[in-house]
Design a protein around this ligand. Sequence first.
Ligand code: ADP
Length: 468
Amino acid sequence: MRLGPLSIRTRLTLWYTGLLLTILVLIGGLSYHVLAWTLAQDVDASLVTVAQVIRDAGYSTSGAAPGSDAEAALRDLLGPEFHDKFFQFLGPRGQPNPRAGSLRQRSLPLSSRARQNAVRGKRTFETVSLDRGEPVRLLTLPVQGAGDPSEIIQVGLSLRRVQGALGRYLQILLALVPLGVGLAAGGGAVIARAALAPVNDMSRTARRITAENLARRLAPRGAHDELDHLAQTLNGMLARLEEAFGQMRRFTADAAHELRTPLTALRGGIEVALRARRSPEEYRRVLVGSLEEVNRLVRLAEDLLLLSRSAAGATGLRVRVELEPLLLEVLELGARLAHGTGVEVRLAGVEPVAALGDSSALRRALLNLVENAVKYTPSGGTVELSLARTDRWAVLVVADTGIGVDPAEAERIFEPFVRLDEARSRETGGSGFGLAIARSVAVDHGGSLSLESLPKAGSRFTLRLPAA
Ligand code: ADP
């Protein structure tokens, strides 16, 4: 079976639960070992105490009669605990001590290590298993006489109770850890659901937003947290989308309007021509007028195409374009355009620079600037072109001494279909696309197009392209 992608809620809960389980298992294991160690220390400490009591009471070394009296005395001393303990006396080399023979029937084993230690005067702790498998902790303690150990005391304590306590603790851990993890998983799932509920709300609202109602916004909850920040970010994006959609609608409406004007003129001319019988000269005149309108339409279609291509970054191949010959070519075209208008088109300075780009799009952008400069400069004025290089940029400038642009309109004229001087532009045949195309080409090439202008004094367009 293949699991589908897990929701964030499930993943959060799983992570959280897994982490908690690991922590609890670690803490459980650690506490179990600490408890076991502490209990073992306690057992050893009580063994030492009992052995010392026996030794100090002198049951083993004095001549006093040992036997059941000693056991009774120890029972008094140590209370009901005593029956768990075993003890015996041995001779200095570990041989059975006849005096202690009656003390207990059960004899404790004496390992060779314990015997050697005892001979050297050292005590030994061991864990041994007595008959019937009873686990016993055993202390072998030499009793120091003058020099040699005069006797060995062995004391044992059953580990049954300690092991029982540890077993119970383990059982409690095994019951409580899964319970705790289960409760935490449930709680974690509830918290994750509550925390992610606003996300679900947001996606529900977002799903209702379409191109038709882009004015809708996600409502921030006022918590100033990450989710509110996300809502703000999405709202910002929606605002930009709304703006872009608005621009697109205006653009479509303007384009339809621009197309309708020449088409209406075309239809009017043809209708009038067809209303009566005409002479060949009259037909010719109508056809020439029609061709003019058709040319306008073709130019408009080309402009639209170039604008949409450069705005989408889909202009032609990027190759190394030498800008100096390009500028000289445009200069010549500009001079031809200005022929007979009384405007002088000249070169102000040129440096060899190249840029990476689409040469025909770049030529078109530059030509639009020069055409405008010639168009909007009255007789007697000049248009100057220059090309320079700064460290990273190729800077192309088209400056004129023409009518200039009001600073308030300086940004607007880069929008498509915007013409400031309607009557004049119509007559000169501009569609209001020239600057939009030039800027779009510049931006598409990683550059920019800016304007400095003073009304009645002239304009200066600066086209910056990254130098190759
Ligand atoms: P058009 O096709 O009308 O020339 P543009 O996009 O090229 O369209 O220019 C938009 C408007 O910007 C023009 O109608 C004109 O009013 C203004 N403009 C452009 N270039 C200049 C200039 N060199 N001097 C003064 N005004 C200019």
